[in-house]
Design a protein around this ligand. Sequence first.
Ligand SMILES: Nc1ncnc2c1ncn2[C@@H]1O[C@H](COP(=O)(O)OP(=O)(O)OP(=O)(O)O)[C@@H](O)[C@H]1O
Ligand SMILES: [Mg+2]
Length: 254
Amino acid sequence: MKTCSAISLSGGQGKTTVIFFLGLLLAQRGKRVVAVDADPQCNLTFYLGADVEANQPTLFEVLTAQVKPDDAIYETPHENLFVIPADRGLFKVSDFLASSGAGAFILKLRLQAIANLFDYCLIDVQPSRSQICLTAVGASDCIVIPAEANVKGTNSLSDTLGFLEEQQALTAFSGSVLGVIPFRDRWIGNTQSLESRQNIQAMTEFAEEIPILPSIRESEQFKRAIRQGKLLTELGYPDLQYPFEKLVESLENG
Ligand SMILES: Nc1ncnc2c1ncn2[C@@H]1O[C@H](COP(=O)(O)OP(=O)(O)OP(=O)(O)O)[C@@H](O)[C@H]1O
Ligand SMILES: [Mg+2]
């Protein structure tokens, strides 16, 4: 099982969007995928439409070892795609992780128990330098960094790269950064907006040897596809799906 997280230290950078479409696409190609919602906002859990009752186990119970990971895996309406969900109480796991003394390694350890069941584990991560983020980074073989094509996104990328370097230096993160995905890249007809162009250029400089992957265009169709639980190709927008296809390639080769 290859584990890949979407990480950005600022909110609204496209993490959940990337994990959602990547999960759907891999599953559609016949890969067995488990998506892990490591964000107390629980957007991914909601997007994937799994049927989870309030008293059923979630990532919280997995991390705190109250249940085995396979007891917190739920089917989604999508063949081959499963989810370990979050609920709003997930924030409380921070104290447990911090006091364990080895928070960065806990999720990695728990996921070992299901490594034979899946081809890919995709983790949607809370946007902060939290214990939840640390444990997700520690569990990752590879990481993608979505970043909005504006000043906030460029700053978020810079903070996120600094954070990952720190984790690498501490040997808490031993995987690789697959690439940066510019998010909400704005085009008017055939012309890219100046803001998008300048910020993606700045991202290229910050990222140094880390590749800048094809960007996710600004478009209402993504929200529509998420609402309907469909891929962009299924709505008739193969061009908008291109960045996820390239991401699958990087994931398979990386
Ligand atoms: N291509 C797109 N163009 C415009 N808006 C989009 C696009 N794709 C997704 N969105 C919207 O942008 C918002 C932010 O995206 P998303 O939730 O994926 O970011 P996030 O990094 O997961 O945010 P958070 O840090 O809050 O978890 C969402 O409301 C989403 O519906
Ligand atoms: Mg999110």
